[in-house]
Design a protein around this ligand. Structure first.
Ligand code: ADP
Length: 326
């Protein structure tokens, strides 16, 4: 056990004390005379945790590395609070639409938690549940639950609308971040993702609210992923393209899914229009409001050659002097 190797490190020591010690020792790598240590997490009072893992080097020595997981937890909390702010996005949303948006946003973490718990249950019934491999799944579950409860907490502040920011946003980074947020769905459905930037080497930086724009991309990419459930896995391709057209950036999200028929096409952006059994039909409406709020346009075209469709976003480029810190 960790405490046998390093008797001074007790799991019940105050976090602040551990932190001080971590800071003093930098990226801590301690050589110990111990063998067979698995990866473990020590809980500390206050909910913080210390991660410990051991590996053997070519000389047969065991290296023990310890990491303060608290900074990870703080990063997660920051990320969550960013995403909660999405709910205060537009003055044009009525209370009914806000309630629907909430339900839409809550669906995702609740679904993720259900899947994680199901996975754990199946493994436990089969007797294949190792504590070390269960911990990351439980940690993910906690993150999703925190996200969901953060959203609910935010409803109380609903009346205090948040003004959208106008900051330089690098589209490529935004796309990469949105894809990272959907990483679980992408892996689950076996989707290959291709992102292509503008060929003239200019960085497409737009002026707008990063958090809101990210929500648009996540919604569009999630729709694309869902539309491809009906086609065989090898054909599931999500293509994101970014190009610059004079003083505008144009971003396309193309899928090879079931596409949109004519009747649906006319109602796509109407609130509550959905063809999905559990759908809310609010995503595209909110996405369009956000983009228009930022002097942009959002539209859709069938993909050529089909099947599938492309959703396009056009936003004004930031001026050179504005685009300093994406
Ligand atoms: P929801 O996803 O809850 O249904 P949205 O407003 O995001 O709400 O989408 C409305 C409808 O538009 C969807 O139910 C679907 O029929 C259609 N749709 C959106 N994106 C796509 C897509 N990429 N491919 C096919 N249909 C889509």
């Amino acid at each position: 056990a960790l405490s046998d190797c390093l008797p001074q490190w007790r799991s019940d020591r105050p976090v602040t004390e551990l932190e001080r010690e971590f800071r003093g020792r930098g990226d801590l790598l301690v050589r110990v005379r111990a063998e067979g240590m698995a990866q473990s997490v020590l809980a500390a009072p206050g909910g913080a945790a210390v991660g410990a893992s051991a590996a053997r080097d070519e000389h047969g020595r065991i290296h023990l590395s310890l990491a303060d997981l608290r900074s990870d937890q703080e990063a997660t909390a920051r990320h969550l609070s960013d995403r909660e702010q999405l709910l205060l996005m537009s003055r044009s949303l009525s209370v009914g639409e806000m309630a629907s948006t909430l339900a839409h946003e809550l669906n995702q973490p609740i679904g993720a938690i259900t899947n994680l718990l199901r996975g754990l249950l199946i493994r436990s019934e089969r007797g294949t549940l190792e504590p070390a491999s269960a911990a990351p799944a439980i940690q993910r579950g906690i993150e999703h639950a925190l996200y969901a409860s953060g959203i609910i907490a935010r409803v109380r502040d609903y009346v205090q609308h948040r003004q959208p920011k106008a900051e330089p946003v690098a589209l490529r980074t935004l796309v990469d971040d949105a894809i990272a947020l959907l990483d679980w769905e992408i892996r689950r459905d076996g989707i290959s993702v291709r992102v292509s930037g503008s060929s003239d080497g200019r960085e497409a930086t737009v002026l707008g609210d990063r958090v809101l724009q990210q929500q648009v991309l996540v919604n569009l990419a999630r729709n694309a992923i869902e539309a491809m459930r009906s086609i065989p896995q090898p054909e599931r391709q999500l293509e994101v393209s970014i190009r610059i057209d004079e003083d505008r950036a144009v971003l396309g999200i193309a899928d090879r899914g079931h596409g949109i028929d004519e009747a649906a096409a006319t109602r796509l952006f109407t609130p509550f229009f959905t063809t999905k059994p559990g759908g809310m039909g609010i995503g595209l409406h909110v996405c369009r409001s956000i983009i228009e709020l930022q002097q942009g346009r959002l539209w859709y075209t069938p993909r050529t050659p089909g099947p599938g469709c492309t959703f396009w976003i056009e936003l004004p480029l930031a001026l050179a002097e504005e685009a300093v810190s994406p």
